[in-house]
Ligand binder design. Structure first.
Ligand code: SF4
Length: 478
């Protein structure tokens, strides 16, 4: 009964929450969407806390059946452990199985992507009155809580139909955010102290197709943003493109990356999914192995030691041993420096879930292990290749991420005092021998000025960027 009363009254009657907890599952786009809601509720005075909060916002993922299972499990646990908490479920699972979620005790609001994407909609749905001041707030976010690197979602949705993927069904067709709105958001994020802006979305290479533009023209616009930091002084900041399809990296984009290595990290994450043509065809991917490799060679020829990372799905229905061997060879030729290997798991509602010729789980596991081991060797070789190279490291503490997507540690003594947000370094590859005799390499950064007192360090001063709780994330890929 009490629950029914709350459902009718929403938050604007009694029990108005004073605190909120955020839990986020899944991809960068979801992390961004959570931040939008965090800022909207923060403006209304809700304090962000952990377990025990009055309101819990769970932003879910449904990319695999396992992701959905984990979200449901967590929501049930919240109900058991904090029965007074009211739960709002958003995101892709809320879109794909609202009825199941509504049955879970404590869940009061199930808001699909259409309802929760815009903060005004979300606030109204949970019973908050929305005045004209909320409507006048610029779209997007002003900071990415707790991080030096900020995600910026530039589009949502996808027009493709890969056989294994449910995402287009829950996020709809590709929709692009306006370039000027994004440029203004970059300015705000840099002003908040973020020195790396990671462009993300569901299919970012399709940015602009719905508004008569192109992703490379957006990049050209964004690199022109002259960033000023929290103290009003100009700062160096950079973009990272994150995940983009290899066949959508056009000549204009590669030229721009070559022209502005200071502004665009030399790293591309290009999902390959398979390195065998019959499997790509069965997956309904739109390129051949030759086309994928041609893109890799073309990009590599124009950039200085770019880092290529990829997603590969192993054990897709019908994948033979020979197909897998081809995938290994293709991945090696592509020159990946890191690979995220996913064993196929059938996602109900996708064509692949109905396909026969299933690969036994133990075979999938063995393929995953073999590919992961090969990828570790490629990453190891890349680290050694980087020895002596200069790079910019965005620091969180004394460890940071280089432009080429490598974790780099810095000796605290070398940057005594308050650590800066980002620092230009010469990379040193230190090789150590593990107890089992294997050689393991690590990258360390030596601040540039220690090597060359005349060098223009371009090192950013400490900007006193505040670090505060960024909510809970279950799978947070940076
Ligand atoms: S390109 Fe394929 S895998 Fe990526 S979101 Fe679209 S349908 Fe899914």
């Amino acid at each position: 009964m009490a629950r029914m009363e709350r459902l009718r009254g929403g938050l604007k009657t009694r029990d108005a929450p004073g605190s909120v907890r955020f839990v986020t599952f899944g991809c960068k786009a979801n992390q961004y969407d959570t931040q939008v809601l965090r800022e909207a509720l923060g403006r209304r005075g809700l304090e962000e806390t952990g377990p025990g909060a009055d309101l819990v916002v769970v932003n879910t993922c449904t990319v695999t059946a396992e992701a959905g299972r984990k979200a449901r499990q967590l929501i049930r646990r919240i109900g058991r452990e904090t029965p007074e908490a009211r739960v709002a479920v958003t995101g892709c699972l809320a879109e794909s199985e609202p009825e199941i979620l509504r049955e879970i005790p404590n869940v009061e609001w199930v808001l699909g992507n259409g309802e929760a994407k815009r903060p005004v909609n979300f606030l109204r749905q949970i019973g908050q009155e929305v005045g004209p001041e909320e409507l006048g707030i610029p779209a997007g976010i002003t900071e990415f809580a707790g991080h030096r690197r900020a995600f910026l979602k530039i589009q949502d949705g996808c027009d493709k139909r890969c056989a294994f993927c449910i995402i287009p069904h829950v996020r709809g067709r590709s929709t692009s955010r306006p370039a000027e709105e994004l440029a203004a958001e970059v300015e705000r994020l840099v002003a908040s102290g973020h020195v790396e802006i990671v462009l993300c979305g569901i299919h970012i290479g399709h940015w602009g197709l719905d508004i008569g533009s192109s992703f490379s023209s957006l990049l050209r616009r964004l690199v022109q943003v002259e960033g000023t930091g929290p103290k009003g002084a100009p700062v160096e900041w950079r973009l990272r493109v994150s995940s983009i399809e290899a066949t959508e990296v056009d000549e204009d984009m590669v030229s721009l990356m070559a022209e502005r290595p200071d502004r665009i990290a030399p790293h591309l994450h290009m999902p390959m999914q398979s390195g065998a043509d019959p499997v790509l065809k069965a997956m309904n991917r739109w390129y051949t192995v030759a086309e994928y490799l041609e893109a890799c060679h073309r990009i590599r020829a124009s950039l200085d030691r770019p880092a290529f990372t990829a997603d590969i799905l192993v054990g897709f229905p019908g994948e033979t041993d020979e197909d897998f061997e081809r995938t290994l060879a293709t991945a090696e030729e592509a020159g990946f420096t890191k690979v995220h290997v996913f064993p196929f798991s059938p996602r109900p509602g996708t064509p692949a879930a109905e396909m026969g010729s299933r690969v036994p789980p133990d075979v999938s596991r063995a393929r995953r292990a073999a590919l992961s081991e090969a990828a570790s060797g490629w990453e190891e070789a890349f680290r050694r290749e980087l020895h002596g190279a200069r790079d910019r490291v965005v620091l969180e503490g004394f460890v940071g991420l280089s432009g080429r997507y490598q974790r780099v540690s810095i000796d605290p003594d070398l940057i005594a005092g308050v650590p800066p947000d980002a620092i230009d370094v010469t990379l040193e590859c230190a090789v150590e021998t593990a107890t089992d005799g294997r050689e393991i390499s690590r990258l360390r950064g030596r601040p540039l000025e220690l090597n060359d007192p005349q060098a223009d360090r371009n090192t950013l001063p400490n900007q006193g960027h505040p670090t505060r709780a960024g909510g809970e994330t279950t799978e947070f890929s940076l």
